[in-house]
Ligand binder design. Sequence first.
Ligand code: NAD
Length: 437
Amino acid sequence: MHIVIIGTGYVGLVTGACFSDLGHNVSCLDIDKQKIATLQKGISPIFEPGLEELIQKGIYSNRLRFIHEHDDSSLSADLFFMCLPTPSGKDGDCDLSYLTKACQDLAPRLHTGYRIIVNKSTVPVGTAEMVKAILSEGIKKDVSFDVVSNPEFLKEGKAIEDFMHPDRIIIGTENQKPKDIMQELYKSFSDTPTIFMDAASAEMTKYAANAMLACRISFMNELAHLAEKFGANIKKIKLGIGLDKRIGSQFLEAGLGYGGSCFPKDIKAINYMAQKEGLFSPILQAIDTTNRNQVPLFVDKIIKTIGSAEKLKGLKIAILGLAFKAFTDDIRESKSLELINELSKLGCELSLFDPVAMENTKQLFDNHPSITFSENEYACVENSDALVLVTEWPQFKVLDFNKIMQKMKKAYLFDGRNFLDKNKLKEMGFYYYGIGN
Ligand code: NAD
């Protein structure tokens, strides 16, 4: 099939590269000219394992190309995938301006035939209807179309694997023609449950999935505070409940909370949807409240351990991990950024390291008087008074902690992900502080 991807970011680029690998003819369009120029050279502008190889394979096979505006070829496509940003608006609502703009731009250019506009962005219930209305207004009379909701569930860092082997495919449309075409498009995923539903349910399924996952994280974070108070250990509790098949063991890690470009904005958006309709949804609200408390509580723990906020002034703190999670360079809504801001306000000198997210972070803090970027973990901890682990990169687990200890001035270690071997580190002489651990 001939597919156009509109919005070539984390979701659009992976979707485009994977569809081309499955034999489809794909044009990826983005308004960011620099991004398109980079992609045309076969270079991925984002860090995502396996993605650059797929891009190069697609370009070489002539099934994948990158454009910054529509042309005759893109306008003759069968399917247009909308993979556009849907960030938080100022009240926590979902900002649909990127999607609106892209639809308004596309509609008058389409000529003759039948097209399917597929929405892969995470959007509030009713957006498929909104897209239909925008297109109907701008589209020529000899073009017919359907709008389908096909939410994406990939995880950054494992995006290719998730796209190629999804747990399920959700297709939101009640019309037969787009159902048949979408089924054909996904025919190589015959082992994957494909669920057809109305567009509103498909749109809500995405929010429900993210809210459920975020809820598990916030729930465990609340339990971690209780565990800490009562002398219990949240890691053991996690094991104890995770083996219950009704519960399962995933998304039960206590820590600094969830970040990234999806959970925070999606939880705010579903809350906004509920409030707008006057609905009472205390659980949805609590997910966000608990998450927002995690960094301030952790900073409190650092202050209490050191003695006072005053004593923190001028101390050198090493921060390991800047990405919002491991295996990505994405720092959007990263807990590291929150922590960096809080500790800077307290007058700390910060040295930062992340295996792949340094460049993105430098763009935010370059030339900051009290922030330095280090070459590696050992340089990062040099002369530091405390080490804070924020992102669970596997390479941090296997550091030479004897060497780390020698390089540090004081052996305070705050593990924001309960990721390191607490007992071993304590034996070595570190003052170890986790979260409920
Ligand atoms: P992103 O910011 O990485 O990419 C969006 C791209 O759209 C950018 O490259 C931007 O330049 C481009 N763009 C903006 N306006 C445009 C226009 N008018 N025409 C063409 N291109 C335009 O965003 P993302 O992380 O890929 O997320 C996209 C959507 O998918 C969001 O709704 C998000 O919630 C959802 N989603 C994201 C993930 C994830 O892990 N990132 C997972 C599932 C769903």
